[in-house]
Design a protein around this ligand. Structure first.
Ligand code: B16
Ligand code: MG
Length: 212
């Protein structure tokens, strides 16, 4: 087996919380007078950390905010986002993702999550995968966000495998760049299927089963 380990991004690969991110950021934008926060702005926030996402949003504001105010804004957004996550359940895990994960587990591979989100554990619990993965590395465990490879290198380390034996699965440009910077091959889903740095384009997560 070329890949003994698979490291999955969470949002956009295992489940889809991007719609909640967008709605919560949009609500925050409007509360500080930004009326032109669009889906294209939301797309730029894919895969990057909460504070970097805030900076992307604040580019649309004429006001300057102190660091203290920025932390308060990020918390305000996160509170709204967490409430939305509370509506998620096992039904938010698609059949395609569920059967793919179980087939990969059966093949004997080690499986990990490498996510920028500080809400990773909560999301995994909501969708019924709270204790499924062999390793979970999230935004609370890293000091540099994607496109820095830290999150994936830490996941490989926890799986006790070198990067060349792990495949990273990502949906975002920042994540594909992080994977390649860490010496990983990358499978890309969604927009990431078309990036030049993506090794394996996926239409569905189950396409992994034919690639491996
Ligand atoms: P949080 P991923 C990322 O998750 C999201 O794609 C990105 O939009 C978000 O800003 C980031 O998590 C931080 O999320 O505010 O929950 O800490 O794609 O790396 O699984
Ligand atoms: Mg993602």
């Amino acid at each position: 087996m070329k890949f003994q380990g698979i490291i999955f991004d969470l949002d956009g690969v295992i489940c889809s919380t991007d719609k909640f991110h967008f709605l919560a950021w949009k609500q925050l934008a409007e509360s500080i007078g930004i009326t032109n926060f669009t889906q294209a702005d939301g797309d730029l926030q894919r895969g990057v950390s909460r504070m970097e996402s805030l900076e992307i949003l604040l580019r649309k504001s004429k006001r300057q905010f102190s660091d203290e105010e920025k932390f308060a804004l990020a918390e305000q957004k996160n509170n709204v986002y967490r409430q939305m996550l509370g509506t998620m359940s096992k039904t938010d895990l698609s059949e395609n993702v569920r059967t793919t994960l179980f087939a990969l587990r059966k093949s004997g591979r080690k499986l990990a999550i490498g996510s920028s989100s500080k809400n990773t554990k909560y999301i995994l619990e909501r969708i019924g995968l709270g204790s499924f993965f062999d390793a979970v590395v999230d935004g609370n465990m890293i000091s540099r966000g994607k496109p820095d490879p830290e999150v994936f290198l830490k996941a490989a380390e926890l799986l006790d495998l070198p990067p060349e034996e792990c495949l990273v699965v990502e949906d975002a440009a920042a994540g594909i760049r992080a994977a390649r910077a860490g010496g990983f091959e990358a499978a890309g889903i969604g927009d990431a299927a078309n990036f030049p740095a993506t090794t394996y384009p996926l239409t569905l997560l189950s396409d992994l089963l034919t690639i491996l």
